[in-house]
Design a protein. Sequence first.
Length: 136
Amino acid sequence: MNNHTNHAIQLAAENRWKPDMVFSCVEEDNISFDRKRDNLGYTEKIISIYEAFLDPLFWQSLGKALGWEGEHCYVTFEHQEYAVEDESSQIDLPENEETRHYEPIWLYHQHRLIDHLSAGKSPEEFFGELLKDIKI
């Protein structure tokens, strides 16, 4: 796993993303945790990095590490008229109608990552830009 993605996961883990587990490492596309089981020692738990990226608690914990707590932003979407299959199924919206909504900044970044991955880009590129001002 590349440095920026690994660092983002580590930051989230250090800020109570999985409070019942201890972050161990990231290998390939998997995150390894050790889970304490009372007096029985530790057991390993492995999850996919993509599972992490869909977890709101991951983003909230990363946001805590990056100082986003309580921050919100307005998100604007532009809608343009388009056809699905044929002209009879057009969506009847005025051209370039804008809608805005208010959301936590962590949710905004989660949606940005999903869009980023959908465009065929890597998590490392995304987290490299997101964490560019943080020393690794």
